[in-house]
Design a protein around this ligand. Structure first.
Ligand code: AMP
Length: 183
């Protein structure tokens, strides 16, 4: 199963990805988690990514695509993967398609978790991560609108987009997602 979870920051992608990992035994690949680990480890990549992350901007496409390429080569992705927070821009989506085409493992489905902006701000403020200040949150949402929303059309044109309302209990949302997953 090769899928991506798509949605604004705070739409519940990470929570749903964890449930899918437990149910389907395939790894979650979160570029946010990978980047935070790189920052914590003080790697060169982490140093290059930190300023953009603190500001709620996107880290450069080249950095993120390189990181994903390396991660997808790991043996634990043999039976599939759940992308969480990637791709977030058109160049990333195109880079991913090229990469997966070369591996002969195309993406099967993109789940769009739909949540209102105001709900998302409230959820993120409640979460209280280091980059969850109100200013950074607003910026992340505007970055989402400008750079990430265009992917909706990109994946709709490929016939891979599945819209899922992101409001309700965690279990309800999971059931909606499961209904769209490839066999
Ligand atoms: P997240 O945990 O997905 O909310 O990501 C936290 C931060 O990491 C984002 O605000 C970006 O600065 C950076 N980031 C995560 N994923 C990506 C991506 N696919 N492309 C660019 N930057 C990313």
């Amino acid at each position: 199963m090769r899928i991506a979870l798509f949605g604004a920051p705070g739409s519940g992608k990470g929570t749903q990805a964890e449930i899918l990992v437990a149910k389907h035994g395939i790894p979650q690949i979160s570029t946010g988690d990978l980047l935070r680990a790189a920052v914590a480890d003080g790697t060169e990549l982490g140093k290059q990514a930190k300023a953009a992350m603190d500001a709620g901007e996107l880290v450069s496409d080249d950095l993120v695509i390189g990181m994903i390429r390396e991660r997808l080569e790991a043996a634990d992705t043999a039976n599939g993967f759940i992308l969480d927070g990637f791709p977030r821009s058109l160049p990333q989506a195109e880079g991913l398609d090229d990469l997966l085409a070369s591996l002969e493992r195309p993406l099967q489905c993109v789940i769009h978790l739909q949540v209102d902006n105001e709900e998302v701000v409230q959820r993120l403020l409640a979460r209280g991560r280091g980059d969850d200040t109100e200013d950074t949150i607003r910026n992340r949402l505007s970055v989402f609108d400008d750079q990430t929303q265009p992917l909706i059309d990109y994946y709709r044109d490929q016939g891979k987009l599945e819209a899922v309302p992101g409001q309700g209990s965690v279990d309800e949302i999971n059931a909606r997602i499961e209904a769209h997953l490839p066999a």
